[in-house]
Write a new protein. Structure first.
Length: 339
C-alpha cells in the first residue's frame, strides 16, 4: 500500500462499504488486487481535485443550471428500485454556448458535482428504500431525437471527458442504457462512440424500437407511472423539469423537492452547497429549526447572558467517489431486459 492514503470519508465508507466495494470489484471482474488499485487511484484523484470540498460548497444556483448539460434524475425508480436517469442530447446542443461559457476546469467540476450527487445522495437514498439495500447503479435513457452527425461530433470532447472521469472514478454505476429515438445514421456514430466505453458498459447499451414498441420495451424495465409520456409512459415530465418525486420519496426525505448539493446520511437528507434554496427543498425538521432560529433572533433571545446567534457550519464531509452516468448512446442490440 502506498503512503498516499485514500481519503474516502470513514463514515461514508462504513455506511456504504458493500455498495462501494461491489462496484469496484465488478469493474475489475472481481480481481481484488485490481479493484483495490482502482479504488486507491480514485481516492488519490479525489484529493488532487478536492472533490469533497468542491461538492460540499458548490453554488446551488449553478448546480441547478448545470443539470441541463448532463444526465438527470427524473425523481423516479425502475421496477427494481434503481433511479431512472434521462439524457436528452439535443438539450446539450441547444445550450452548447452556455456549456462553453465557463472554463474547462469549471466544466470538469460540474461533472464531478453532479456525479457526487448521484453516488452520495440518489443511490444511497434509493438503496435505503429497498428491502435488501442493494441499489448501486442506475437505469439510463439516452434520447437522440433531433441530433445530427455534426452536432454529435461537436460534443465529442465533452462526452469523452465525462465518460473518462466517471469510468475511472465512479465505476459500475450504470445497470442499463436504453437508447431511444436513434437516427438512421446511428450505426455510424456508434462506431466511434463505443470506443469511449469499456467492454462492460458497451454490453449494457440497448437500442429500443420506435413508436408503441419503444414504450413496451422500456416498461419492461420502468413502471409506466415512472416513465415520461414522451417515451410511452404515463409520467408528465420533460427533460427541463426538476425531479418529480413520488410520495414515498417525499415522505422519506421530508421534503417535496430537491435542490442543490445534498447527501443521504444516517437516513436523512443533509443540505450542502452555498446559496438559498426554497422551503420545499428543505427537510421539514430543518425548516422548523430555521424558523425557530429566525424567531429567536428577532426576539433578541439571550442564553446565559449572551445574545443567541445562528451558525452555518459547513460540515467537511469527505465521502466517496461517484460515477457519473454514461452520457453516450449505444449499439443496436437485443430487447431491453430488467436483469
Amino acid at each position: 500500500m502506498s503512503a498516499h492514503q485514500p481519503i474516502y470519508h470513514p463514515d461514508y465508507v462504513h455506511a456504504n462499504i458493500v455498495l462501494i466495494s461491489r462496484r469496484f470489484l465488478r469493474a475489475r471482474s472481481f480481481n481484488v488486487q485490481k479493484a483495490y488499485e482502482q479504488f486507491e487511484r480514485s481516492s488519490n484523484w479525489r484529493q488532487t481535485h478536492k472533490v469533497d470540498s468542491t461538492y460540499n460548497s458548490f453554488p446551488i444556483s449553478e448546480f441547478e443550471s448545470s443539470k441541463q448539460f448532463y444526465p438527470r434524475w427524473n425523481g423516479r425508480r425502475d421496477h427494481l428500485g434503481r433511479p431512472v436517469y434521462i439524457y436528452r442530447l439535443a438539450s446539450l446542443v441547444q445550450h452548447s454556448k452556455d456549456l462553453t461559457s465557463v472554463s474547462e476546469e469549471r466544466r470538469y467540476q460540474r461533472i464531478i458535482s453532479l456525479t457526487e450527487y448521484l453516488v452520495r445522495f440518489v443511490l444511497p437514498l434509493c438503496s435505503d428504500m429497498t428491502e435488501d439495500k442493494s441499489v448501486d447503479c442506475v437505469t439510463t435513457i439516452i434520447d437522440l431525437e433531433g441530433i445530427s452527425v455534426t452536432s454529435l461530433w461537436t460534443l465529442k470532447s465533452h462526452l469523452q471527458q465525462s465518460i473518462s472521469l466517471t469510468s475511472g472514478n465512479y465505476p459500475e454505476t450504470i445497470n442499463t442504457i436504453c437508447v431511444v429515438n436513434a437516427p438512421s445514421f446511428f450505426p455510424t456514430i456508434w462506431g466511434w462512440v463505443k470506443n469511449m466505453f469499456d467492454e462492460g458498459t458497451k454490453n449494457k447499451v440497448h437500442l429500443t424500437g420506435s413508436g408503441p414498441d419503444q414504450g413496451k420495451e422500456l416498461m419492461e424495465v420502468i413502471p409506466a407511472a415512472n416513465l415520461p409520456k414522451m417515451y410511452g409512459g404515463e409520467m408528465e415530465w420533460t427533460y427541463e423539469d426538476e425531479p418529480m418525486l413520488d410520495d414515498e420519496i417525499k415522505a422519506k426525505i421530508g421534503a417535496s423537492a430537491i435542490q442543490g448539493p445534498v447527501v443521504w446520511e444516517g437516513g436523512k437528507m443533509v443540505l450542502l452547497g452555498e446559496g438559498d434554496r426554497p422551503e420545499a427543498a428543505k427537510p421539514k425538521q430543518e425548516s422548523a429549526q430555521n424558523g425557530a432560529s429566525s424567531q429567536s433572533a428577532q426576539n433578541g433571545s439571550v442564553q446565559n447572558g449572551t445574545p443567541a446567534t445562528s451558525s452555518n457550519s459547513n460540515s467537511d464531509l469527505e465521502p466517496n467517489a461517484t460515477p457519473a452516468i454514461a452520457t453516450a448512446p449505444g449499439p443496436p442490440a437485443q430487447p431491453v431486459s430488467a436483469a
